[in-house]
Design a protein around this ligand. Structure first.
Ligand SMILES: [Zn+2]
Length: 304
């Protein structure tokens, strides 16, 4: 399970009601026998109130007598993370949503068979989706697709894509050159043919390739030839490196559409479109550079 970026969790948390916010973001506990889902007997799936990840199933719910909704098993062990909790002078195990970090409750080893576990939940941390109701897109199993873009210095391209809803991971690297496993110093000489590129791992159920293309054109200037902003050189060229035929067709249609846009009449689009070659991840010190250093280079937020 890839955790959501901090900014995305903050954005989602703003939509919560005060009680759900207190419980999930401040590790609050609701009073016993008060939660709305305690007596929920229907068939269905309980998802994270913050990010929608499926967390528990109705068939694993049991009457514990504690006053909090209780389950003897999670939807998927990867969806619920466990963290030691030493608050209030007790040794307990806190449970959190593995995707967004929401506080859910605690897990104890005094539950019924077959697991003998008791997941003690706050109703406010969950949302019930009755059987027969389609799961919202954010609750569906994660599908993974990969897209590649080059738009100048990869630090900021990586940063802006990372904030996209439905973007799972972004990695900075080198592509479209003729030297295997290039180093940053080699790429900087501009002689290896590589472009500083990013690999965007995304869930196509939550964000489309088309939306990524749109974002790409906001993040960088597709009309600047031979570099981007102050970074000049072949390694900073603008490029869409398609990963499959479907992406190729969508990117062609996108570029054809944009070329007709009056905005690109005076300064034509120079973005290259090529089949993706091997992706070589950049050195570790280039990854998450802006998150780590707080330094910004170029580009605009495409998600506003
Ligand atoms: Zn969550």
């Amino acid at each position: 399970m890839t955790p959501l970026p901090k900014e995305e969790v903050q954005r989602l948390a703003q939509k919560l009601d005060p009680e759900a916010y207190r419980v999930t973001q401040k590790a609050g506990t609701e009073p016993p026998f008060c939660g709305g889902l305690l007596t929920e007997k229907g068939k269905g799936i309980f998802v994270c109130v913050v990010c929608g990840l499926p967390l528990y199933r109705s068939e694993h719910k049991f009457e514990s007598g504690t006053g909090w909704p209780s389950f003897y098993q999670e939807f998927d062990p990867d969806h619920v993370s466990r963290v030691p909790d030493h608050s209030y002078g007790m040794v307990r195990t806190e449970i959190r949503c593995a995707r967004c970090g929401a506080h859910l409750g605690h897990v104890f080893d005094d539950g019924p068979a077959p697991t003998r576990m008791r997941h003690c939940l706050n109703s406010a941390a969950l949302k019930f989706i009755p059987e027969g109701t389609p799961l919202p897109p954010e609750s569906r199993p994660v599908d993974v697709e990969v897209a590649y873009f080059a738009g100048g210095c990869f630090w900021s391209v990586e940063h802006w894509f990372q904030l996209g809803p439905g973007v799972i991971d972004v990695v900075s690297g080198y592509m479209q050159g003729h030297v295997p496993n290039p180093t940053y110093e080699q790429v900087c000489t501009g002689t290896t043919g590589h472009a500083e590129s990013v690999k965007v791992v995304f869930d196509p159920n939550r964000i489309s390739y088309r939306r990524l293309l749109e974002a790409f054109f906001v993040i960088h200037d597709p009309t600047q030839a031979g570099g981007q902003g102050p970074d000049i050189g072949h390694q900073y060229r603008s490029g869409i490196w398609y990963a499959n035929e479907k992406q190729k067709r969508e990117a062609e249609a996108f570029l054809a559409e944009k070329r007709l846009d009056p905005k690109y009449q005076k300064r034509p689009i120079v973005t290259e479109l090529e089949a993706a070659g091997p992706f070589y991840p950049a050195e570790n010190y280039h990854q998450d550079y802006i998150e780590r250093t707080g330094r910004m280079c170029h580009g605009r937020n495409p998600w506003q």
